[in-house]
Design a protein around this ligand. Sequence first.
Ligand code: HEC
Ligand code: HEC
Length: 221
Amino acid sequence: MSRSGLSSSRLPVVALLFRRAALPIVLGLGITLTGTAVALAGGNVEAGLEASKTCAACHGADGNSMVPTFPSIAGQPAGYIAEQLHAFRDGNRVNALMSPQAKALTDQQILDLAAYFAAQKRVVKAASTEDSIPGAHLWKFGGHSNTVAACAACHGPQGQGNQPAGFPALRGLTPQYITESLIAYRKDERKTEHASIMVSIASKLSDDDIKDVAQHIATFR
Ligand code: HEC
Ligand code: HEC
């Protein structure tokens, strides 16, 4: 019972509207997710810095990871970070390395960690020079006769994300991590409150689409 009734009941409407016009529904979702961000007030950056010491080994001290399979979390929307930490803690998103890290976190620590990492600057260490033309097309315009919304509409033209709306940044995430994430959504393995948005999109992506779009995301600086 991890998903709110809100997400599941909104899903068919979202899927329907995507086919007609991406923009109005994107704005609509923005408003919903902004509500989540506001509800996060109460995170303390200083306390978050203290609590983040145990995260540094894998995600980097400032949330910029050195390891391809460990995602950078610097500059992610606080709402996104908190939602993922709750999901790992409660078993709604599972990863052998990450789940144990979240098990003992209190609600307040989650707020503090989210505030700290959201305030860090994301650094892209090495952008790829090898682009994918179909990947770039999917990113900018969507695909499959408009049944897949353009990724750029929510994640930003250069994958910078949208802090106020709660859409995660993708720049600086490796093709390996992006691929694993999209496959996890496609298999409906991430049960966060807002995952249904991506489940509906990823379920329409082929293996080639995923490979291509991950390659394009790797070119963002
Ligand atoms: C032992 C290594 C390790 C440690 C320590 C660790 N993490 Fe993680 N973390 C991971 C891995 C691996 C993933 C990717 C999981 C997946 O693929 O689903 C992850 C994912 C995440 C995500 C989701 C990122 C996204 O883009 O969806 C967040 C948020 C996160 N970690 C926060 C933290 C915080 C906060 C701490 C410290 C309390 C921490 N992690 C400690 C390995 C680690
Ligand atoms: C309507 C807005 C919207 C569109 C369009 C969209 N996304 Fe997302 N995306 C989201 C949201 C919201 C999340 C966070 C969901 C969650 O809580 O797990 C997300 C998460 C992701 C993640 C996981 C990031 C991480 O750090 O683990 C990836 C990868 C991703 N999207 C890729 C894409 C790609 C590729 C496309 C285009 C084919 C796309 N998205 C289109 C809203 C969108």
